[in-house]
Design a protein around this ligand. Structure first.
Ligand code: NAD
Ligand code: UFG
Length: 332
């Protein structure tokens, strides 16, 4: 298939392009490079031996987007582009709504105009808020989000489902990611956060390489087995393969569908620290700190719908995730 990837040089998209190219799909990538760099295009080619067509485009720029895509036959768009820093979204809500929601609406207009009516969207478990139950199934009700970033995901989901409801030519797949970590086994691509990492694994790898002194564990008084927050960490390569499988749903004219992409296992912060230490033979000093505002105690998926309908399940273990994250950090 000819697949348009927005946010193509980002963390999850770059791993997805590798899997798509290895499955013989043809990629047109766009990104405004606001949170990634152009060298990722060559790094992907280094892994797959195939260079994608890439354009530096902001999805909010209708004229540029239209001129890049006009006359192209796009079978499906996988829409990753967006701003994703939770704390920053609280400080800059209008920027987040403009970029994520405004950008998506402009993208949808152009897709409609060029006759592409298939989209797979990067959503997040954040739409479940404090989940009504765990493990979280797709039937779990959406809840109040705790930050503007989360609201952009929740609102874009609604926009896409409303659009599909109004025009049955569209197929819309919403993929709700749990906590993606890890990196490609080659160590060539991975996650490179700007500044102080917000997320657990990039912080741990920066402690491991001596860039940061110690990890702050946000709270050890949650109602969890060891008191620290529990999440469903998923290897980014497994997540990437979930997108390849989601194309099956698009090809089967699925209408509007939602899938959780997680492993179904919950690990605590201290589980991750201990596993990282054991697998990589490195000590991670840590200090218990107050709870981080907006955090929930426990979040993990019931991923059985994706297995039943898409034939997808996560294969990599927490050990693999810790090993590959560290391998990437060392090489970069
Ligand atoms: P990322 O920042 O590495 O990738 C996003 C890419 O989008 C970046 O390369 C950025 O430059 C680009 N971009 C941003 N705004 C753009 C615009 N207006 N026009 C064109 N390009 C633009 O993030 P990621 O972790 O790879 O996340 C990809 C998607 O998955 C995002 O939508 C994110 O919200 C979602 N998601 C991520 C996580 C996670 O923990 N990483 C969890 C759930 C959902
Ligand atoms: N944590 C620490 N110390 C840190 C960083 C994180 O103790 O320095 C803890 C958090 O308190 C939490 C766990 O590690 O218990 C995971 O935190 P992350 O920041 O890595 O991930 P979150 O679950 O908070 O959020 C992530 C993404 C969101 C997304 C959500 C659900 O950042 O964008 O997963 O998909 F919405």
């Amino acid at each position: 298939m000819n697949i348009l990837i927005t946010g193509a040089t980002g963390f999850i998209a770059s791993h997805t392009i590798v899997e798509l190219q290895q499955d013989n799909h043809n990629i047109i990538g766009i990104d405004n490079l606001s949170n990634s760099s152009i060298d990722i295009v060559d790094k992907i080619a280094q892994i797959t031996g195939k260079k994608m067509e890439f354009h530096k485009v902001d999805i909010r720029d209708y004229d540029n987007l239209k001129s890049v895509l006009s006359g192209k036959k796009i079978d499906c768009c996988i829409h990753f582009a967006g701003l994703k820093a939770v704390g920053e979204s609280v400080a800059k809500p209008v920027e987040y709504y403009d970029n994520n929601i405004g950008g998506t609406i402009t993208l949808l207009k152009v897709l409609n105009e060029i006759g592409c009516h298939n989209i797979i969207f990067s959503s997040s478990a954040t739409v479940y808020g404090t989940p009504a139950f765990v493990p979280i199934t797709e039937e779990c009700p959406k809840r109040i989000c705790t930050n503007p970033y989360g609201w952009t995901k929740s609102m874009i989901e609604q926009i896409l489902l409303d659009m599909q409801n109004a025009n049955k030519d569209w197929n819309v797949v919403l993929l709700r990611y749990f906590n993606p970590i890890g990196a490609h086994q080659s160590g060539i691509i991975g996650e490179k956060p700007n500044g102080i990492p917000n997320n657990l694994m990039p912080y741990i790898t920066q402690v491991a390489c001596g860039k940061r002194e110690k990890l702050f564990v946000y709270g050890n008084d949650y109602d969890t087995p060891d008191g620290t927050g529990v999440r469903d960490y998923i290897h980014v390569v497994d997540l990437a393969r979930g997108h390849v499988k989601a194309l099956n749903a698009i090809n089967n004219n699925c209408g509007g569908e939602i899938f959780n992409l997680g492993t179904g296992h919950g690990y605590s912060v201290l589980d991750v620290v201990k596993t990282f230490e054991r697998v990589n033979n490195i000590k991670i000093p840590y200090e218990i700190a107050p709870r981080r505002p907006g955090d929930i105690a426990t979040c993990y998926a019931d991923p059985s719908k994706a297995e039943k309908i898409l034939g997808w399940r996560a294969e990599y273990s927490l050990e693999d995730m810790c090993r590959d994250s560290w391998n990437y950090q060392q090489k970069n």
